[in-house]
Design a protein around this ligand. Structure first.
Ligand code: 4AD
Ligand code: MG
Length: 455
């Protein structure tokens, strides 16, 4: 008999008489005549309640030895549940112990701290919370592909190892090889020149957008920034659409449409897990996601946002001044206090943005945009790209970039240049938004942050 996932059983209107389930024991209670086993196989949040009569063959060897965390195979009949809350339960006909759990299994009780659970990242997917987080992570990855594929975007696999620093922030991990204890550099360098883990697939993505028109990347990116915040990881996944024949307006529209689509998809397809988050993690979660799905967002220029923040009368830790970056507290003021909804800030001063952004006619700003959401701040960063050869060259010089290193990128402006735009969505920030989980470390299977690369 093949295994039936518990999710499939619990969501069925009708079930076969006899099924095989396999999973891990969450709890067990013994009475004289029978034992109740709560079994979870990770296919959904709910456990299957199993009743095992004491007269079952092997009851003493198998069932009596089951403790929390043990793995087991159970054949039995699915019958209407006598308990509340669930439609079905199982009457066991055969229980086979697969693996005992030693007494010190760490997930015995509920209510462990997130810090403790991070220290057992290999076991935490078996807890209710992390099982739910990683099911939602999988679903959102699928929904992102669906969103773009349905709209005619092609998925491009941009390289993980690269020689260019897209964001120009110098926050890159170097890729080296070793000769014993010696790091090979200079003439011995593996790729013949310094190479790094990519911070963004955008520049390579642009080359494909100027051929296939609509593309997106979806892969890991790396940043060696020494930020110890709950929103920064050293290794994170990014989704970067790049659209030819598109301006900033179209770019902002696509980002908003995507966020609405993902909120809607999560509400529709992850309802059990979202209800759990809504109850135990963030009481306003579902209401917020419904708002995002159903209502319009706000847009404001950087210049107007700075004015608004200055006049707000709010005491901020960091200064608000034209020409300075907006800090997280400012972004959160805009989305949480002022607009009370997701907000796109656009047209930033050119000095605080990378070389590839398109200069606006005012000569001061570039066609950049950040989509900010309540609770997190920036979730998307994007721009229209500078497609004019002479202006791109000026920008590169202003950013001290060696044009020879980026000749392939400059070529795109020499051979059939087109207006184009794109953005990057931080996948983990999206997951924080969709689950209400407040620390990025808790939406990544094995998080990498400064000082920590365990597992
Ligand atoms: O704003 P960023 O740096 O933009 C880019 O990398 C552009 N090349 C994107 C593009 O236009 N194609 O990063 C994009 C998003 C941010 O809005 C944020 O959500 C996420 O990536 N992000 C991080 N997420 C987790 N940890 C970090 N250290 C992150 N840095 C950026
Ligand atoms: Mg950004």
């Amino acid at each position: 008999m093949t295994r039936t996932p518990i999710a499939q059983i619990l969501s069925s209107e009708e079930v076969p008489d006899s099924v095989l389930v396999q999973g891990w024991v969450r709890t067990k209670r013994d009475s004289k005549a029978f034992s109740f086993i709560e079994l979870n196989d990770g296919s959904c949040l709910s456990n299957l309640q199993i009743v095992a009569d004491a007269v079952l063959p092997g009851y003493e060897d198998a069932v009596l030895h089951l403790t929390t965390g043990a793995s087991v195979s159970v054949e039995g009949k699915i019958v209407p549940s006598r308990g509340k809350g669930q439609k079905w339960e199982m009457q066991a006909t055969e229980v086979t112990l697969l693996g005992l759990a030693e007494e010190d299994f760490p997930l015995q009780k509920k209510g462990h701290s997130m810090e403790f659970l991070r220290s057992i990242a290999h076991l935490r997917p078996r807890s209710n919370l992390f099982g739910a987080v990683f099911r939602v992570r999988s679903r959102m990855a699928y929904a992102i592909h669906q969103f773009f594929q349905d709209r005619g975007f092609f998925w491009v696999h941009t390289p993980i190892i690269t020689a260019s620093d897209c964001e120009g922030a110098g926050e890159m991990f170097r890729v080296v090889t070793m000769d014993g204890d010696e790091i090979k550099l200079g003439d011995d360098e593996f790729f013949g020149k310094p190479s790094y883990l990519t911070v963004s697939g955008q520049l390579e993505g642009e080359t494909f957008a100027t051929a296939l028109s609509n593309i997106y990347t979806f892969g890991p990116t790396f940043r060696a920034e020494n930020s110890h915040t709950s929103r920064h990881a050293s290794e994170f996944w990014m989704i970067e659409p790049e659209i030819a024949f598109c301006d900033l307006e179209g770019d902002m529209g696509l980002a908003e449409e995507m966020l609405k689509y993902l909120a809607s998809d999560a509400l529709e397809n992850c309802s059990e897990d979202l209800n759990f988050f809504n109850r135990f993690v963030d009481k306003g979660l579902i209401e917020r996601l419904e708002f995002v799905r159903d209502r319009d967002f706000q847009r404001i220029s950087y210049t107007d946002a700075v004015e608004l923040l200055k006049e707000s009368g709010e005491k901020f830790e960091y200064p608000v001044e034209y020409g300075l970056n907006l800090q997280s507290e400012h972004e959160r003021y805009l989305t949480e206090t002022h607009f009370e909804c997701p907000t796109t800030v656009f047209n930033y001063p050119k000095e605080i943005k990378p070389f590839y952004m398109r200069k606006n006619d005012d000569g001061k700003t570039v066609a950049a945009m950040d989509l900010l959401v309540p609770g997190i701040g920036e979730i998307v960063g994007g721009s229209q790209r500078e497609e004019r050869l002479d202006l791109l060259r000026e920008n590169m010089a202003a950013h001290d970039l060696d044009e020879a290193e980026y000749s392939w990128y400059v070529d795109l402006r020499r051979y059939g240049t087109v207006p184009h735009a794109g953005f990057g969505l931080g996948f983990e920030r999206l997951l924080m938004f969709v689950t209400g989980v407040t620390n990025i470390r808790d939406v990544i299977p094995f998080p990498r942050t400064p000082g920590s690369a365990e597992f």
